[in-house]
Design a protein around this ligand. Sequence first.
Ligand SMILES: C[C@@](CO)(OP(=O)(O)O)[C@H](O)COP(=O)(O)OP(=O)(O)OC[C@H]1O[C@@H](n2ccc(N)nc2=O)[C@H](O)[C@@H]1O
Ligand SMILES: Nc1ncnc2c1ncn2[C@@H]1O[C@H](COP(=O)(O)OP(=O)(O)O)[C@@H](O)[C@H]1O
Length: 284
Amino acid sequence: MSANDSQGLWPAPAKLNLMLRVVGRRADGYHELQTVFQFLDLADQLHFTPTDDSAIRLRTPLPGVAPEHDLTVRAAHLLQQTSQCRLGAEIHIDKRLPMGGGLGGGSSDAATTLVALNRLWNTNLSQQELAQLGLSLGADVPIFIHGHAAWAEGIGETLSNMELNCPWYLIVHPGCHVSTADVFSAADLTRNSPHIKIADFLGGDRANDCLPVVAKRHPQVADALAWLGEITTARMTGTGACIYGEFNSQAEAESACSRLPERFQGFVARGLNRSPLFDRIDSS
Ligand SMILES: C[C@@](CO)(OP(=O)(O)O)[C@H](O)COP(=O)(O)OP(=O)(O)OC[C@H]1O[C@@H](n2ccc(N)nc2=O)[C@H](O)[C@@H]1O
Ligand SMILES: Nc1ncnc2c1ncn2[C@@H]1O[C@H](COP(=O)(O)OP(=O)(O)O)[C@@H](O)[C@H]1O
């Protein structure tokens, strides 16, 4: 099967954090969060060819990421080891999501790899076992294995489904890279936000505790926030760098995108409550 055969493509969608509160810190240094995840109809596309030898080969290495560090390769090795599977795989990534922008592309690639290879290798791990494996690769991996928009607690692994409005979004990439580890190690990060309830979020409590830290250290993020804030309420996803705003229609989001200054990169995408990865599985 060729990498261009759409039947063989597995989507790895982006996510947005619609709010993000840092409510505590665990003994291992990881921070406890309250957040809301929604997917976007914007995705990397992955292709897997199972092989008889046990090698994992990434045919499309990403700039700046050594193949053995790529989250798809790490996910494949982890599944192989856990299930004692003797098969291997060739992996192709058609990378469409910006890296390090808070859209979760690397975590989503890892989740799609676990879900796809679990089927292609017939390793038969449950969704819960896959999510547990995924969590050891990154805090954002479980939501992509869960596959439904959710309220999240813990470090992102305790998930309760939500049925959210699905607006069109303009996502603005300010052009800088924000390190998640740097944000969580910042001395001035608020780490003791009071817990809120789902009803508070639905009532409009949509703050992101990481934003002040990121905007202070990355003037491009503050710049994008100010530009989009002139048009609509502008928010940051995850630890950034991407800023997004909601629109009632694709046309309105596209119109705002057409006015984007050249220093920014823009994406128009629809919010989704169900991950396209699972739509793909149901239709196959
Ligand atoms: C903050 C969030 C919100 O969705 O998103 P991003 O902006 O990175 O996408 C995530 O929880 C990020 O998840 P992910 O990107 O998988 O992070 P990881 O690789 O697990 O962690 C990177 C580093 O950030 C710190 N970290 C991460 C998550 C967390 N809840 N507490 C932390 O302290 C740790 O120092 C860790 O070593
Ligand atoms: N398949 C992958 N796609 C994207 N990034 C990857 C991948 N594998 C490893 N990485 C590393 O993970 C980092 C975070 O990537 P990404 O998930 O896109 O950002 P974020 O966590 O901000 O949403 C990248 O800067 C890169 O070094």
